[in-house]
Write a protein that binds this ligand. Structure first.
Ligand code: TXA
Ligand code: MG
Length: 319
């Protein structure tokens, strides 16, 4: 198990020595290392068993810092950064040559964001370099929204976990970039499309649904529990799986059922923000239970519901 605490100086020292440190953010916990050092970055890929075609997001503490490793920012993206940073927004920006190819998987753009968490912001201000940090989970598994999730799965591969408590948003950042003047959303996440469009005007959404080397973490099966996940009319699915130990991931006023072995309600009063914050930790609880199958249904498809449904789909997809 890794040591866990709130010691920023300790985290700083380890990162300066090219070691891995898990960091809290408002979205999910990240597995951090010096983004500008290929050896440090290689340790991230190794610990996560992440394919090197999947690039990393670089974290810094302010918009003024990005000049050190990017060559420019489209005015609309700048407006988004000014409005939503610190926050759950990643921008794909043209990279400078000091960003190692390993960090961006050889792509010309680097994903950048300013996370909204005081501990991590304080750490970033102390460092002379930005931090590359993917979600701190083994590749393909559910993202961690608490320090103990990180410790359970990667504890033996990390020197220190900076514990910032449970993640407030609970879904990864929304990834946005610009191509030929068009603003494009590549991954749905903790910042809703509506919020982005209020600032950027109409955007296009280009989510990759299949395995694609250029795809931003958009593999068809991702965020996936070990147990089978099925999505649809819950009462019908419960009937269909009768005789099995059924776990239910519900939303709103779902009235239990005698055949249900275990139920977690994402938000009993139907609040999408609360559901987002609970999603990964509840999926984890159900996955760790003795249930045979996890039954769930889509949440209302607006605001954060779109990103929640995206994660549910990927959790249910088979490799
Ligand atoms: O909220 C988040 O974004 C969290 C926290 C820790 O900041 N990080 C996160 O990282 O979700 P990760 O690695 O699990 O997912 C980031 C996705 C990757 O799947 C990657 O493919 C995509 O962002 N990405 C990063 N840089 C990219 C680039 N240059 N071009 C296209 N996609 C990129
Ligand atoms: Mg991830």
């Amino acid at each position: 198990m890794a040591e866990t605490g709130t010691d920023i100086q300790k985290a700083k020292l380890l990162l300066q020595q090219n070691e891995l440190v898990a960091i809290p953010t408002e979205t999910v916990y990240g597995l951090a290392a010096n983004a500008l050092d290929p050896i440090a970055v290689a340790k991230i890929f190794e610990a996560k068993q992440r394919p090197t075609f999947d690039p990393l997001i670089v974290h810094t503490f302010g918009l003024s810092e990005i000049e050190a490793f990017t060559t420019g920012i489209h005015p609309v993206l700048r407006k988004l950064a000014e409005t939503f940073w610190p926050g759950p927004l990643t921008l794909l920006l043209p990279k400078k040559s000091n960003v190692p190819d390993l960090t961006t998987s050889g792509l010309d753009r680097v994903g950048v964001r300013v996370p909204d968490h005081e501990l991590t912001l304080a750490l970033l201000r102390e460092l002379q370099f930005p931090l590359a940090a993917p979600s701190a989970n083994p590749f393909g598994y559910i993202s961690p929204t608490a320090a103990e999730h990180v410790n359970k799965q990667l504890g033996d591969k990390i020197r220190y976990i900076l514990d910032g408590g449970p993640c407030r948003v609970g879904l990864e950042s929304t990834i946005v970039g610009e191509e030929n003047g068009e603003i494009i959303v590549y991954r749905l996440g903790g910042l809703s499309i509506d919020a982005i469009e209020r600032v950027a005007g109409k955007v296009s959404v280009q989510l990759n649904q299949s395995s694609n080397p250029n795809a931003p973490g958009q593999l068809k099966s991702h965020y996936a529990p070990v147990k089978p996940v099925v999505i649809g009319n819950m009462n019908a699915l419960i009937e269909e799986h009768k005789g099995k130990k059924i776990a239910v991931l519900s939303f709103g006023n779902f009235s239990g059922n005698d055949n249900v072995f275990m139920e977690k309600n994402l938000s009993a009063h139907g609040d999408l923000r609360e559901a987002a914050a609970n999603l990964f930790s509840y999926l984890r609880l159900l996955d760790e239970s003795e249930a045979d199958v996890i039954i769930t249904n889509f949440v209302p498809a607006h605001d954060l519901g779109l990103a929640i449904n995206d994660r549910l789909k990927r959790a249910a997809a088979k490799n």
